[in-house]
Design a protein around this ligand. Structure first.
Ligand code: NAG
Ligand code: NAG
Ligand code: NAG
Ligand code: NAG
Ligand code: NAG
Length: 471
């Protein structure tokens, strides 16, 4: 692994040196001022482009760069890695922390519409949203290549260095890496690669400050915490919880347990939570054949601002006022949008490089090889990097209890003990800060991941943390 990493760094240096001879300006992204489905010019600065990585740049990574609305000269710069192993960055831009929102209405055959989203994190930071790995979103490779956690991370690192050469005006901005969910694997690895590069004097020098993770996948037995979570949330009885603890001996994931009592208990548990939406336990699951009828009532022709005004005024999750039956119906809309020819032209997508754009391409080959990123957190903490780790407190994919457990295992002393954090006089969640400059935050009512369900509170959390304010 050491050899591999050194080889990657070496490769990067060689490529960087040789790319100096080319016309650097040409490599910058192209501005996007209008987008099909969005009324009028975009109210923020978007550029898109490709950067070639790998030995012969056979991997072309597509990115969306959105400048901070406030002060792009000084505001932090963030490289954002979308969660899911092979998901497009558009998911983060249009549904989570970016300045756009796909209108959550029932698909009727017309191009889905976009709206400005008021809770974007780009209000105070410039963000590079990267389609990673090759094959995800609009990124592509000119020959078949293997994908795995370490390769994806090294390509992201190479991408970042080349991007900064193309955008030297951002070299002095404080820099962070961020991501959700599966990015809990790649983000700490990328951050450590950057940190190692800084120590070895790799140019350009990156002003790395730390990293941001929401609901991160971190260690193998994380789902052990689903059971205490289900118990705390009232989904299973005390009796079953006690019985599982006794019969399964702390390993709640092994349905092949040698103990028949344990097997029986886990089966009972599975039946009890079977129809629970594990992204947010209070939300409906998508039933096949379910149809959203209310959506058309809210979206009368010529009244699209009514809906936008409603969630902005309520400072709530757009889905809640959309009338859609379930969120998957909403996510699908971006596929209709991104596969449109005019959309791809507007985004400067290279024609013929993508057969079909998918929100998450499950068919893409990808090997998970790093199952535990705790050692990366240990190293990054030692080096003094700051980190923001947050969880929606209603999710059961990587429940907040599992995140609290690995943070606790780092053994850092608590400098600000568990307390509520407030937004407009209301408890927005709970937070704890540690001596290793790590801040843990729960977002009350949030799911997997928090900004999907609590966009306003999540934006406030981010803004306070990134500007070194107390939550
Ligand atoms: C779909 O609905 C929109 C309004 O939301 C309307 O403008 C459009 O014409 C409809 N398309 C079709 C094919 O009915
Ligand atoms: C993971 O599970 C093992 C037992 O299966 C346990 O010893 C270990 O402490 C767990 N790790 C964490 C971080 O909870
Ligand atoms: C459980 O047993 C089945 C059949 O022997 C095996 O295929 C599966 O991988 C086992 N699962 C675990 C978690 O050990
Ligand atoms: C953490 O740092 C040590 C010392 O530099 C290094 O040997 C180890 O490989 C690092 N761990 C990871 C996961 O990178
Ligand atoms: C935390 O402390 C425990 C108990 O002393 C120890 O086993 C563990 O290795 C420590 N973890 C780290 C990351 O140092």
């Amino acid at each position: 692994m050491h050899f591999q990493r050194d080889a990657v760094v070496f490769l990067v240096v060689v490529v960087l040196l040789s790319s100096h001879n080319h016309a650097v300006e040409a490599a910058r992204g192209l501005p996007v001022e209008f987008l099909p489905g969005f009324d009028g010019p975009l109210p923020f600065q978007l550029q898109t482009g490709y950067i070639g990585v790998g030995q012969n740049e056979e991997i072309q990574l597509f990115y969306y760069f959105i400048k901070s609305d406030s002060n792009p000269q000084e505001d932090p710069l963030i490289l954002w890695i979308t969660g899911g192993r092979t998901c497009s960055a558009l998911r983060t831009i249009c549904q989570q922390i970016g300045p756009l929102l796909v209108e959550p209405v029932k698909y009727n055959g017309s191009l889905p519409r976009l709206q400005p989203f008021p809770y974007s994190w780009t209000k105070v930071a410039s963000i590079i949203f990267l389609d990673l790995p090759a094959g995800a979103g609009f990124s592509y490779a000119t020959k078949f290549l293997e994908n795995n956690d370490l390769l994806a991370a090294s390509y992201a690192y190479e991408f970042l260095q080349k991007w900064l050469i193309d955008y030297p005006e951002f070299l002095s901005n404080p820099f962070y890496v961020g991501g959700h969910s599966y990015a809990g694997t790649t983000v700490p690895i990328i951050t450590e690669m950057i940190s190692n590069g800084i120590e070895s004097g790799v140019k350009p020098l990156i002003q790395l400050q730390g990293y941001i993770l929401g609901s991160p996948k971190t260690f193998p037995n994380q789902s052990n915490y689903n059971i205490p979570f289900a118990h705390g949330m009232g989904l299973i009885t005390d009796q079953l919880y006690e019985s599982i603890k006794e019969n399964c001996q702390g390993d709640y994931t092994n349905t092949n347990s040698t103990s028949l009592h344990c097997q029986r208990d886990l089966q009972t548990y599975q039946q009890l939570i079977e129809s629970i939406n594990n992204k947010h336990i209070l939300e409906p699951i998508c039933l096949s054949g379910s149809d959203s009828t209310m959506a058309s009532l809210i979206m009368l022709p010529g009244q699209k601002s009514l809906y936008h005004d409603l969630y902005t005024k309520l400072k709530t999750d757009p889905f809640l006022v959309s009338g859609l039956q379930c969120r998957d119906e909403w996510s699908k809309l971006s596929e209709y949008w991104a596969n449109d020819y005019h959309v791809q032209m507007a985004l400067h997508v290279r024609q013929g490089t993508k057969e079909k754009w998918q929100l998450c391409d499950e068919s893409l080959p990808y090997n998970s090889i790093i199952y535990n990123t705790i050692p990366y957190h240990v190293n990054l903490s030692k080096k003094g990097y700051r980190s923001l780790i947050y969880s929606g407190d209603h999710e059961m994919i990587y429940p907040h209890l599992s995140t609290e457990a690995w943070i606790k295992s780092l053994n850092y002393s608590i400098i600000d003990d568990w307390r509520s954090w407030m937004v407009e006089g209301q408890v927005a969640g709970y937070t704890m800060a540690f001596a290793n400059k790590m801040t843990f935050v729960t977002v009350k009512g949030g799911g997997h991941v928090a900004p999907d369900y609590r966009p306003f509170e999540s934006q406030v959390m981010f803004e306070r943390w990134i500007s070194y304010e107390n939550l």
